[in-house]
Each structure stands twice: as structure tokens, then as C-alpha cells.
Write a protein that binds this ligand. Sequence first.
Ligand SMILES: [Zn+2]
Length: 100
Amino acid sequence: MVTDEKHNARNRKYSRTPKGRKSYTKKNWKNRGLNMDTFYYVYPIFLNATNCERCGVEFEDNNGRNQKCMDHCHITGIFRNVVCRNCNVNVIPHIGKNKK
Ligand SMILES: [Zn+2]
């Protein structure tokens, strides 16, 4: 019988493998409203990106301002850019928000 502790340890290990990360990312983006028909081509772009497409900062894997984020249109769900977290939170999410 597998204890919860062992099960969790196995899940943590899996989440650090490329396959585990991909599955986690997929679930995460789906929840955020990305058009999942585009996932197969967005994901490699996301993986290979090293710098923010908006401000050019180098990505860091530290949950901080420079963490890699996927920016998508909140209306259509279509992927736009790979940006740092700092740029992602400063993006105007809705088209036409600045219209008079
Ligand atoms: Zn940026």
C-alpha cells in the first residue's frame, strides 16, 4: 500500500520532470483561459524563450519579477507573447480599454 507521504513525494518528483512540468503547465494555462488548440505550438516557444519579449529582461526561475509568463488575449484565448511576470501584470488585458 502506498502511503500519502510516499505518493506526494512521487508527485513532487514527477512535477520536476519535463513531462510533469508540461502536464502542470497545460492544466495551469487551461485554467487561465488559453485556447488549448494552440498549446502544441505555444509550449515549445515558451520553453525556448530566454528573454522577455516586452522589456528584454532575462528570465529567472525564482517566482520573482523576472519569472517567465505566458501572455494571452483574455477575450480570444490566443497566445501573444512570452513575457516576464513584471510585464505580464502591467499588460492591459482588454482591447479597447483606452478608447474614448
Ligand atoms: Zn518584461
